[in-house]
Design a protein around this ligand. Structure first.
Ligand SMILES: [Zn+2]
Length: 72
């Protein structure tokens, strides 16, 4: 999935950590300014670490914004 799709579908990004099981929501527009609309979230995920524990064992996913709100 590309960042353009994430924004078109009104979704948000989240880092899901296999190490500490934290889910950290991220604003996709932040990555658009750095990587452009054509960047793939799989490629961006490979450059990130978990903001909570610093593990590289993470997956970057797109999630419906409403799902995120229900969890809060
Ligand atoms: Zn973690």
């Amino acid at each position: 999935m590309k960042l353009a799709d994430v924004i078109d579908l009104n979704r948000v990004l989240e880092v899901v950590c296999d190490e500490c099981c934290q889910r950290t929501p991220l604003d996709p527009t932040f990555f658009v300014t750095r990587r452009g609309l054509a960047a793939r979230i799989e490629d961006i995920g490979s450059t990130l670490v978990c903001p909570c524990c610093g593990s590289h064992d993470i997956e970057l996913r797109s999630t419906a914004a409403t799902t995120m709100l229900e969890r809060a």
